[in-house]
Design a protein around this ligand. Structure first.
Ligand code: CMC
Length: 437
């Protein structure tokens, strides 16, 4: 019997099956059996065959990927093999984006070309402004972003050529470059001020700040500390393997739709408070708690199930401190040195201190995640809470694009179409209206 196999005995029939085990880069992490190998296991010849039941895909690998390695027990996150800590310290968002998309760090010429491609595509069609104007005056910018990114598919019908490598690269540049413009326009619409056009002489983040905050000055000068902080936060949020929004991107794109329609769905998934909307929910929670002395009562209500979840805590994959949260926590103080301290930080620190000593959180391995501190930073910079998930979306568009491309190049790729376990009625006859009880 081969060593790398699994023997399954079906006690309904007494039959045994030998199923191969496959590995990824690390044998101790990602050993899998092919779900289709279970289909041969049947109680009777007419049976459909054995399925696995896994709501939320808690233990199902939906693809093979070479982009991000994540060890939740050890708190490790690496993009293309590079530790997140090193990238946050030494790289820039655009360089990291290149790495995530292409697999290698760029040389200086490649980086220049890539940066130029992004800068060139930051402008959006004028009609996008009319589209945004149609949204209600206080529209949530994330809802606006779902609409405008989806609408890009109508401005770029060539994006349907998803099997053409050159065309894909063009759409990826368009998506990543236009996200900050669409986000900034959505923001300015929500506060009722005229849109500011991209400035090609600024960095990716500097230009974003310009489109957000430029007033009547001729040239906007971004604060270098804040510019760097946003850049680092974008690196931290750029990619995170098969999370809810990325899985949505892959699932929607698996029907061979264009990448803008798929990215719009991914933004919709990110919007929710359990995913990218968590940083917004954290800030609302901290504001609701209000003062440090009310923290113990809040924790008690979370444990008793009356106060909802402790937002910004817990993660499907991390069962230790999220490495991104560590970087965010430190970054907060760099930002506060410029903006002044966000008073909610004291409440956050007290929540963390109490939660990390409490058996409820310890036994469930609930630690701060990336969103616990990122919102505090964004708020100190002057972003309204509704913009927090939008900032997440700008950065994550890189991961979505990389995963989309990887999906299409994967010879194993298939349209996403999970199975279900039917638990409803067996066949019955139609009942006429006058005979129904
Ligand atoms: N506060 C209180 N209890 C929690 C929390 C929390 N934040 N998270 C999980 N639990 C409890 C949960 O009630 C359950 O308890 P029990 O075993 O008694 O039923 C146990 O911990 C396991 O939780 P789960 O819901 O089965 O875990 P999950 O993997 O399905 O959910 C999660 C992961 C992130 C959705 C969840 O931890 C959560 O809702 N956290 C708060 C929202 C949040 O911060 N989300 C941002 C995630 S990081 C950014 C991103 O990548 O999107």
């Amino acid at each position: 019997m081969a060593a790398d196999t699994l023997t399954i005995t079906d006690n309904r029939t007494g039959k045994s099956y030998e199923i191969p085990i496959q590995y990824g880069t690390y044998p101790g992490y990602g050993a899998t059996i092919n779900a289709m190998d279970l289909k041969q296991i049947k109680a009777t010849e007419q049976d459909f065959g054995l399925l696995t039941y896994d709501p939320g895909y808690t233990n199902t690998a939906s693809c093979r990927s070479s982009i991000t390695f994540l060890d939740g027990e050890e708190g490790i996150l690496r993009y293309r093999g590079y530790p997140i800590e090193q990238l946050a310290e030494k790289s820039t968002f655009l360089e990291t984006a290149y790495l995530i998309l292409n697999g290698e760090l760029p040389d200086s010429e490649q980086l220049q070309k890539w940066s130029r491609a992004i800068t060139e595509h930051t402008f959006v069609h004028e009609n996008i402004k009319k589209l945004i104007d149609g949204f209600h005056h206080d529209a949530h910018p994330m809802g606006t972003l779902v609409g405008t990114v989806g609408a890009l598919s109508t401005f770029y019908p060539d994006a349907k050529n998803i099997h053409d490598q050159e065309c894909r690269e063009l759409q990826i540049s368009r998506l990543i470059a236009k996200m900050p413009t669409l986000a900034a326009f959505a923001y300015r619409h929500s506060i009722g001020v005229p849109y500011a056009y991209p400035d090609e002489n600024l960095s990716f983040v500097g230009n974003f700040m310009n489109m957000l905050w430029k007033k009547s000055e001729l040239v906007y000068q971004p604060d270098p500390v804040l510019e760097k902080a946003i850049d680092v936060l974008f690196i931290l949020h750029a990619e995170h393997e098969q999370n809810c929004s990325t899985s949505s991107m892959r699932a929607v794109a698996s029907s061979y739709t264009d990448p803008f329609s798929a990215a719009s769905a991914a933004i919709g998934a990110l919007y929710g408070p359990l995913h990218g909307g968590a940083n917004e929910a954290v800030l609302r929670m901290l504001a609701e708690i209000g003062t440090v002395d009310r923290v113990p009562d809040y924790i008690k209500s979370v444990k008793e199930g009356t106060g909802g979840k402790l937002m910004g805590f817990g993660h499907r994959v991390y069962k230790s401190y999220d490495p991104r949260a560590k970087i965010c926590k430190k970054l907060a103080y760099d930002v506060f040195a410029v903006t002044g301290v966000n008073p909610l930080i004291d409440i956050a620190l007290e929540l963390e201190r109490i939660a990390l000593q409490d058996d409820y959180f310890i036994s469930r391995k609930l630690y701060p995640n990336v969103d616990f501190y990122s919102g505090l930073i964004y708020q100190a910079m002057g972003f309204p809470v509704g913009m927090f998930p939008v900032l997440f979306a700008i950065a994550r568009s890189v991961g979505w694009a990389a995963q989309w491309q990887e999906f299409l190049l994967d010879p194993d790729h298939k349209i996403a179409r999970p199975r279900q376990v039917y638990c409803g009625c067996k066949q019955r006859d139609y009942v006429a209206m006058d005979k129904r009880k």
